[in-house]
Design a binder for this molecule. Structure first.
Ligand code: HAM
Length: 421
């Protein structure tokens, strides 16, 4: 039996990998203009970094974490997201006094979800975290960065949904109103929502279960329970977004699947990917660092799903790279070919040495199959006269170039001119 990758994981190569790298490079260079500096955290952390911080009732903690005991008996978890690790790192690195901290990261995340198009068990996120800024304009700037990156990448087919979860005071009053409303429906709620009713009733509003959704239609609205501070904060964010020309839709049911959020929550969604419609999501998490044992520290951030975004990238029509084949004519010419190839590579020419093929004809075919643009033939005569034969592999173009003898000393310059032609 041929060994298979683990369900929900996959190898990345060719165009898909190129898209991933393009997204990361673009996002990093745009984020740098907003003052974001890179950070890399480990791929696994102590389980406690995620356990309570993401929320005991969140799907991630309840069902999706890859958690195991290591050989020393410590419980560790493959990171399901990047916010809690970055907040942990700020404390570990003693950076909580040097504020604000704007950090950007990317890498694989792990969630035990049911795999489908755009949803994997090992997926890739690029995220930003802005710590130490409590001002609502920081939320606007953070969302503007997301919008900037998506537009620059040519993603126009998405909608920004924004909501507020208010401050702690507003949320606890609202929470009680929800408990009072949902309690008489307890028996009709899904099993998940029954648990949420006891632990985090806000998340019932996020349920995908159709019966739950029907009951939710009559649920109390958060806007009726928000205090003045929360309302002012949200109005400032909305006005700020309008001022920088970012269109958005208010979605009062957007509550997010992680418990650490307060005030602003947002998602960029597309209709192009079926059920996996969120391509970038985030929000404010002012209580997170304190909950992790650190100082009170406001924070806002987001993460984009690189895998999902890669599926949406406009098709790039890349010119095939200029590649040179070095073909040894006889068995004695391998060493000379190797030396020549190394010399060209040190001059930034891409070279493939063709070792296989019984005769020149077969080797030339092999060079063509490898996507080489020109072939350099190196035999005893060429070695003796310090020349090479250069043959054009680009079909009928430039017939005068079909085969040319070129002095070895002029070869790099000759090839660079060919590359431009
Ligand atoms: P999240 O909404 O859980 O937020 O994930 C952010 C994005 O990661 C999603 O919108 C989606 O594009 C992508 N994603 C999530 N799960 C999968 C999966 N199984 N397969 C493929 N893509 C996936 C967070 O993770 C927060 N840490 C974001 C944040 C940063 N909030 C504040 N700062």
């Amino acid at each position: 039996m041929v060994l298979q990758p683990v369900r929900g994981t996959r190898d990345l190569l060719d165009q898909e990998l190129a898209n991933h790298k393009h997204i990361i490079k673009t996002a990093e260079s745009i984020a740098a203009t907003y003052g974001y500096k890179p950070i890399e955290t480990p791929i696994f952390e102590y389980t406690s970094v995620f356990q309570r911080t993401l929320g005991d009732t969140s799907d991630i903690v309840g069902k999706e974490m890859y958690t195991f005991s290591d050989r020393g008996g410590d419980s560790v978890t493959l990171r399901p997201e990047g916010t809690a690790p970055v907040v942990r790192a700020m404390m570990t690195q003693g950076l909580t006094q040097i504020l604000p901290q704007k950090r950007i990261y990317s890498g694989p995340m792990f969630r035990y979800e049911r795999p489908q198009k755009g949803r994997y068990r090992q997926f890739h996120q690029l995220g930003v975290e802005y710590l130490g800024a409590s001002n609502p304009f920081a939320d606007v700037e953070c969302i503007a960065l997301a919008d900037h990156i998506l537009k620059f990448l040519g993603i126009h087919s998405c909608t920004l949904y924004v909501n507020t979860l208010g401050d702690l005071e507003s949320r606890s009053v609202y929470r009680q109103a929800l408990v009072d409303y949902f309690a008489p429906y307890r028996d009709d709620l899904s099993e998940d929502s029954k648990i949420r009713l006891d632990r985090n009733p806000l998340r019932i509003l996020d349920s995908k279960n159709p019966d739950d959704q029907k009951i939710c239609q009559g649920a109390p609205q958060f806007d009726d329970y928000m205090n003045a501070t929360s309302r002012d904060f949200f109005v400032t964010v909305c006005d700020g977004l309008a001022a920088v020309g970012i269109e958005f839709t208010r979605d009062p049911h957007l509550v997010r699947g992680l418990d650490y959020y307060c005030h602003t929550a947002f998602e960029f969604k597309t209709t192009a990917l079926g059920a996996q419609d969120a391509i970038l999501a985030g929000g404010r998490y002012d209580g997170l660092m304190e909950q992790m044992g650190g100082p009170a520290m406001p924070g806002i951030g987001w993460a984009l799903g690189i895998d999902r975004l890669a599926l949406l990238l406009p098709q790039q029509e890349d010119k095939p790279p200029f590649k040179v084949a070095v073909i040894p004519v006889g068995d004695d010419d391998y060493t000379h070919s190797l030396v020549l190839a190394q010399n060209l590579r040190h001059n930034s020419v891409t070279v493939e040495i063709i070792f296989s093929g019984a005769n020149i004809g077969k080797r030339l075919k092999q060079a063509d199959k490898n996507g080489c643009t020109v072939a350099i033939l190196l035999g005893a005569d060429e070695v003796a006269s310090n020349t090479v034969k250069v043959r054009d592999l680009r079909g009928a173009t430039a017939p005068e170039m079909k085969e040319r003898t070129v002095d070895r000393r002029d070869l790099t310059q000759f090839l660079k001119a060919e590359q431009l032609s």
